[in-house]
Ligand binder design. Structure first.
Ligand code: GLA
Length: 389
């Protein structure tokens, strides 16, 4: 655990004047490759990280959810009988949204006093929200003595974001946050939801995360616009190829080439990113399996280029961060990770060069942008879990 359990328990006692009975935890994640492919039914390769959200709590006899968000020093309360969004305390929506989804499925939701505490940076593209959602789900499962199957749990989180929050996100984040395994990355087919845990077993390289310091919010970002553009591409591809299909996954690069002039230029580029990214992600899995660092790094660089030029989800700070990273000896590859428009980069770096890499990136980025970046080291971590105290 990256959060000291003892401290969280003490904070809960101070806040609620009683002893907690459980701790639920869920990690953040970093996506190695396969960006903006999940909602197109494509492939992704994320890993969970050693940063987490914990919920320490105890059940209540009534139907109220009392939450203290220790990082924000904010308090929120919700009535299970009335699961609605909270304009004053929007972070509560993640907890209430999960309760709402469970009730929709006829599952029990208990009243609870809970303290939320975490060290997944918020708005940094490391899935602090999926982490809170999946910790919340683990909490209600524990309190209600039931357990959803992993895929079902991830689907519940996705549905909550799509329906309750109105963000058209895919399934990657909830999937890895729930199903992550120590020392493994997860290769997921977002159509069939078949997955494979691939050991991250290089002796001589590690993934290093760098935070651009530029915050982003999914709902306020151009995320939903990208989802829409992909659907526009699907329409044009269907007409041009005569094939039936629902997602970009159903088409190949030949179909796209043939349909080029029947779609807006920007839509063509969006689709080209998704189709080529799917290929890169499959190849990256093979490179990871065989420990081919140079190949994997090259694919990460190509993914970043495609996200910058075709998908247009990077920003000047992210571009500076990846460019600087690539200029440092020992860096095999660097790319933005997550939704983009700010947030973090993920870098594959030779183990014996890591300290020099971190120092150089931090100082050059500061010189160039005036922003204090931060470097996060993490091995692949396990997914959500709960512990009775
Ligand atoms: C966000 C979404 C994911 C995925 C990524 C981009 O993290 O929640 O579903 O679409 O962006 O790859």
């Amino acid at each position: 655990m990256s959060i000291a359990l003892k401290d969280a328990v003490e904070k809960f006692k101070e806040e609620f004047g009683r002893v907690p009975s459980f701790v639920a935890r869920a990690p953040g994640r970093v996506n190695i490759i396969g960006e903006h492919t999940d909602y197109n039914h494509g492939f992704v390769l994320p890993m969970a990280i050693e940063r987490e959200t914990v919920l320490v709590g105890a059940p209540r006899r009534d139907r109220q959810i009392y939450v203290y968000a220790a990082n924000l020093c904010r308090r929120g309360v919700a009535d299970i009988a009335n699961c609605v969004r909270n304009r004053e305390e929007p972070w509560m929506d993640y907890l209430v949204g999960v309760a709402h989804e469970l009730l929709q499925r006829g599952l029990p939701v208990s009243g609870v006093d809970a303290l939320v505490w975490g060290d997944v940076p918020i708005g940094a593209g490391l899935s602090s929200s999926a982490s809170l959602e999946m910790a919340t789900l683990a909490m209600f499962e524990h309190l209600g003595s039931f357990q959803l199957e992993g895929r079902e749990a991830a689907q519940l989180g996705k549905r909550m974001e799509n329906e309750f929050l109105g963000v058209k996100s895919g399934i990657m984040d909830q999937f890895i946050v729930r199903l992550g395994r120590e020392n493994c990355a997860l290769f997921l087919d977002c159509r069939t939801e078949d997955f494979e845990q691939i050991p991250v077993a290089f002796d001589n390289a590690v993934f290093v995360i760098a935070d651009s310091g530029v915050k982003r919010g999914l709902a306020g970002s151009k995320y939903n616009e990208r989802v829409q553009e992909c659907l526009e591409a699907v329409d044009a591809l269907k007409k041009s190829s005569g094939k039936s299909g629902t997602h970009l996954r159903d088409f190949g690069l030949e179909d796209l080439g043939a349909a080029k002039h029947s779609m807006r230029e920007v839509v063509y580029r969006r689709a080209r990113h998704v189709l080529t990214e799917n290929e890169r992600t499959r190849e990256a899995c093979n490179a990871l399996r065989h420990g081919e660092l140079v190949r994997l790094g090259t694919l990460m660089n190509e993914s970043d280029e495609s996200l910058r030029v075709d998908y247009e989800v990077t920003c000047p700070e992210l571009d500076a961060l990846t460019e600087i990273a690539r200029s440092v000896p020992g860096c095999y590859g660097a790319r933005m990770t997550g939704a983009g428009f700010g947030g973090c980069t993920v870098n594959l770096v030779a183990k014996d060069k890591v300290q020099h890499f971190a120092d150089t990136v931090l100082s050059r980025y500061r010189q160039r942008t005036g922003i204090e970046s931060r470097i996060i080291f993490s091995r692949p971590a396990p997914g959500a879990s709960v512990l009775a105290l």
